[in-house]
Design a protein around this ligand. Structure first.
Ligand SMILES: Cc1cc2nc3c(=O)[nH]c(=O)nc-3n(C[C@H](O)[C@H](O)[C@H](O)COP(=O)(O)OP(=O)(O)OC[C@H]3O[C@@H](n4cnc5c(N)ncnc54)[C@H](O)[C@@H]3O)c2cc1C
Length: 380
């Protein structure tokens, strides 16, 4: 494997870095405080081409690919993890099922609006009683003529109140657990669909997380993605890719922790010299740099495998698991290096510390990643 980024990838990385610093960074603390995503940023990200990164040109995207998306997400998450996850869910989790399992009509109808940022996408798998055990989900989809009638509640849905398009997983058969689930594209305007309570969170507070409710919501049968019963397969395939996005998020947060720690350690004087001169601080910086490098290599490898159309489930889980551990440790070190100042809102490391935790929870907890990795290792 060639570990050197191409000139094109370097340009994408630099463009995303500049955009993140100039447009997103100034709004990050405000979004965190007000628990509200700044929608104008989404349109700007679309104009930059970010929303079309993994969508082929024939459907309005630019097809730059998964490694490109990973580089963009890393840079955005470096300044704002709330904006990072908003884009990641839109790109990977909504468009993935349509791109890989949708028919031609569905791709033509839905992907251009996602690529162009005219509509935001969301992914609704989790339910109040079915999180890690998503295969047990109970939301029902009953066929009635040319429609399916959906009933149930989805929990923790990122982009839930700002999205217009949802990929929703519901049970079409009670006889089989995971093979009784199907996937549907649901439009916000659907009668019987409503957005419920907004979650008030520890971190990524600028990201929109809500419950969704379906009461006799009629979805045309033509909006079913793939055959009946393959919904769980679609959900898991999608998360295999989405986890690379969360690994990129963890990586971006960790890099911000390192950058801010180096800056502060050089400025802060104690005992007559910068704290950067003290070995205890130097060793923390050394560990952070080493671990971030390792996480970056795992993450880029997973993205490149996906770009090459090769299996990447184990590698995506490894990247997410490791990068999330690195991110939380880096955030802990960053607050420690900032001392009391790091425990206040005067410095963004306080936000990084809160934001890092989610990378160990969503798109499969760290325990679930270990289940995925060990299954691959122990398979015959
Ligand atoms: C901010 C946020 C945004 C989210 N966005 C989305 C979204 O857009 N779409 C969506 O569908 N979902 C979303 N989720 C849901 C998320 O994916 C789930 O929270 C996650 O999968 C864990 O499920 P749970 O919260 O029900 O925890 P549980 O499954 O109840 O787990 C609780 C604990 O038990 C452990 N555990 C469970 N089963 C096992 C096992 N077999 N072995 C070992 N340990 C186990 C878990 O690892 C965890 O530590 C989001 C969640 C949050 C917090």
């Amino acid at each position: 494997m060639d570990f050197e980024l191409t000139e094109e990838h370097k340009l994408i990385q630099q463009t995303a870095r500049d955009f993140a610093d100039q447009k997103i960074k100034p709004l990050a603390a405000k979004m965190d405080k007000e628990e509200k995503f700044e929608l104008s940023l989404f349109q700007q990200m679309a104009e930059m081409g970010f929303t079309g990164t993994v969508i082929p040109e024939e459907y309005g995207g630019n097809g730059a690919g998964n490694l490109a998306l990973c580089l963009i997400l890393e840079q955005i998450n470096r300044v704002c993890a709330s904006t990072g996850v908003t884009l990641s869910v839109d790109c990977s989790l909504f468009s993935g099922p349509v791109r890989y399992f949708g028919n031609e009509e569905q791709k033509k109808k839905y992907l251009p609006d996602i690529a162009g940022g005219r509509k935001i996408g969301a992914y609704a798998l989790t339910e109040p009683d079915y999180g890690s055990d998503a295969g047990g989900l109970q939301m029902s989809a009953v066929r009635d003529g040319d429609d399916y009638v959906l009933n149930g509640t989805k929990a923790w849905i990122t982009n839930g109140s700002i999205a217009e398009l949802f990929i929703v997983f519901a049970r079409t058969s009670k006889e089989h657990k995971t093979r009784g689930i199907s996937a549907f594209i649901v439009e916000k305007k659907t009668e019987g669909f409503s957005v419920g309570k907004l979650e008030h969170k520890l971190g990524i507070r600028g990201s929109d997380t809500v419950q969704l409710s379906f009461e006799n919501a009629r979805v045309p049968a033509e909006n079913r993605v793939g055959e009946e019963g393959i919904g769980f397969k679609i959900a898991m395939h999608t998360l295999d890719g989405g986890r690379i996005g969360i690994a990129s998020q963890a990586l971006g947060i960790a890099q911000a922790c390192l950058d801010d720690s180096i800056r502060y350690a050089k400025e802060r004087i104690q005992f007559g010299k910068p704290i950067a001169d003290m070995q205890a601080i130097q060793f923390m910086i050394a560990d952070m740099a080493m671990e971030i490098d390792a996480a970056r290599l795992l993450t880029y490898r997973a993205a490149q495998l996906k770009d090459e159309g090769k299996p990447h489930s184990k590698e995506g889980s490894m990247a997410k698991l490791f990068a999330s551990i690195v991110s939380n440790k880096a955030a802990d070190n960053a607050v420690q290096i900032h001392g009391g100042a790091g425990y206040t809102k005067e410095f963004p490391v306080e936000r990084y510390f809160r934001d890092a935790k989610i990378t160990e929870i969503y798109e499969g907890t760290s325990e679930v990643q270990r289940i995925v990795i060990s299954r691959h290792m122990l398979a015959d």
